[in-house]
Design a protein around this ligand. Sequence first.
Ligand SMILES: NC(=O)c1ccc[n+]([C@@H]2O[C@H](COP(=O)([O-])OP(=O)(O)OC[C@H]3O[C@@H](n4cnc5c(N)ncnc54)[C@H](OP(=O)(O)O)[C@@H]3O)[C@@H](O)[C@H]2O)c1
Length: 288
Amino acid sequence: MRRGGRGIALGPSLRVPAIGQGTWHMGERADRRADEVRALRAGIDAGMTLIDTAEMYAEGGAERVVGEAVAGRREEVVLVTKVYPANAGRRRAKAACERSLTRLGTDVIDVYLLHWRGQVPLSETAAVMEELRDEGKIRQWGVSNFDTEAMQRLWRVPAGQACVTDQVLYHLGSRGIEYDLLPWCRDAAPGLPVMAYSPLAQGGRARRAILEEPVLRRIAEQRGVQPAQVALAWTIREGDVIAVPKASDPDHVRQNAAAMDIELTQEELTALDGAFPPPSRHTPLEIL
Ligand SMILES: NC(=O)c1ccc[n+]([C@@H]2O[C@H](COP(=O)([O-])OP(=O)(O)OC[C@H]3O[C@@H](n4cnc5c(N)ncnc54)[C@H](OP(=O)(O)O)[C@@H]3O)[C@@H](O)[C@H]2O)c1
């Protein structure tokens, strides 16, 4: 596995590469399905063996695409999927999990995430996640779109500290989590990696403008790589952030996997700080 050869620990039992594959908007169009399956398989071949999906994406369609992509090679990948907040309570979680298992064509989900915080009490979600783990339906569980305050609350409920990751928006143009959430994960919860979604800024206030930024483009040009690769290398620079870019284009897939081998220099990081300043105060977590 790239990046130090050992990857990043996700809970006590899983190791994942620093760059995985997102699947939002996959499964929406029948005429694109074969290309999406091919892209995910190429990504696995290239070492991006973590795949992120959700019951929400194309209302199960993305999970079906993932199921087809991993058929026959399930043991090579770590599958992450997400449960709707309204399904994350005692009454609905088990049925939602079974539906995801069926669509993914597997008997166990590696990491099951609460997609965002809803009305179900965190203590109930944590308890249900633990039951699903005891029943062998999931290996680990985590959350998504949780700001520092929500993580602190989770840490106070029974079994809350079994959470293995928080998946949040993070890219060069949206660095708010560096002010408080990332330090909290490093200090209060050592070893809790953050999973960065939209690392190429498909969403968020900066949109895709980050890839046009002159400093980023100059660094890419000097290295003979693509701006997106520099953006991904930046996201995973500290060794405890996992990026999950989505790519359907085969060139993008190859580029994203190769970004795992790019180590930015201190000089390059300083130049990027100048173009994309780090946060100097708390900003509310951006959510797509
Ligand atoms: N937890 C949450 O609430 C949440 C929210 C949003 C996203 N996510 C997850 O995070 C994943 C990634 O986020 P995202 O899909 O929003 O956006 P993203 O990964 O930042 O951007 C995806 C876009 O970038 C393009 N792209 C990929 N590789 C590229 C490259 N090397 N050069 C240039 N363009 C490239 C893709 O094009 P092609 O497809 O044409 O290759 C696609 O249009 C999602 O798919 C999903 O799994 C989670």
